[in-house]
Write a new protein. Structure first.
Length: 292
């Protein structure tokens, strides 16, 4: 299906075609449960590193987002960090954490959620200030989550993607074989570098499997939508996954404390509260971000 059809069939027709393609492709694979047969990979002790949830906690405190969206709610551990209007999406969530925010929960896949006429109506017209992608651990699903979230974001938005730094080839497998599993979502890094150089991306060395922080969302961009089919054909590969050495060694990842200490967070809040213009200010704010 070619993206050139989009202007011809209109937005509603385009969404209908996407839903039809997903139905023809069959149901999304169910998240693999931790069970006998999945192995634990030996890894060096990383208990000294900042956890992803500690990192997210710091982001909530620094950004004080008005709106927060999360794909892959699971037990609600990260959703519990929010104190603002929130949306949680997961086809099989089983929340055991105390949630203390104004939240709308959707027990469905994120593709179906974003196919709604107004998926972020809960936010009352405000863009997504902070998003956390932790859904299905397959590259094409993480890519679609990013594309859909960006359409409802703004230049000041911060999008965080989990499980971007697998520690072994086994953890990066598309077919899960380990208890700790990232899948091949790390491929989002080279795709954004190639197709969206306008974005500012920083892999962050959090425990256990790293995150990617993306600045500069542009809801008007159609680049990823226009090239989606070509991207999937080029980047989805059978196991074992060829994981780049810089990913396994985290040689290009930023220390979370260094990124959190930067003044960009206050700049983003100021841009958001001022209501723009944002692009020039964003370029200046992100120009000195730490990079390994």
């Amino acid at each position: 299906m070619k993206s050139a059809l989009r202007p011809v069939v209109g937005e509603r027709g385009w969404r209908a075609l996407r839903r039809a393609r997903r139905r023809l492709a069959g149901p999304a694979p169910a998240p693999a449960p931790a069970q006998a047969g999945l192995r634990d990979e030996p890894h060096p002790d990383d208990s000294h590193k900042m956890s992803r949830h500690r990192f997210l906690t710091e982001l909530h405190e620094k950004l004080k987002p008005r709106t927060y969206l999360e794909t892959g709610v699971s037990t609600g551990l990260s959703l519990a960090l929010s104190r603002c209007r929130s949306i949680g999406i997961d086809p099989a969530f089983a929340i055991t954490s105390e949630i203390r925010c104004d939240v709308a929960l959707y027990r469905e896949g994120s593709d179906d959620f974003f196919a709604r006429p107004d998926p972020t109506a809960h936010f009352g017209g405000d863009p997504i200030d902070l998003a956390f992608i932790d859904g299905m651990h397959l590259f094409e699903y993480a890519l679609r989550d990013f594309m859909n979230i960006e359409r409802h974001a703004a230049a000041h938005s911060v999008i965080v993607v989990d499980d971007m730094l697998p520690r072994s080839v086994a953890e990066a497998a598309r077919d899960r074989v380990t208890r700790m599993w990232t899948g091949d979502v790390f491929r989002l890094i080279p795709v954004l570098e190639k197709y969206r150089p306008d974005l500012v991306c920083r892999p962050v060395d959090t425990r256990p499997t790293g995150v990617l922080v993306v600045f500069g969302a542009d809801p008007t961009s159609t680049v990823l939508w226009d090239h989606y089919d070509d991207i999937v054909r080029a980047y989805v590969r059978p196991d074992p996954q060829p994981v780049p050495a810089e990913i396994l060694r985290r040689s290009h990842a930023v220390e979370p404390t260094a990124l959190l200490a930067h003044g960009v967070w206050a700049d983003l809040v100021a841009m958001r509260d001022a209501g723009g213009p944002e692009r020039a200010a964003l370029a200046a704010a992100t120009a000195t971000l730490p990079a390994k």
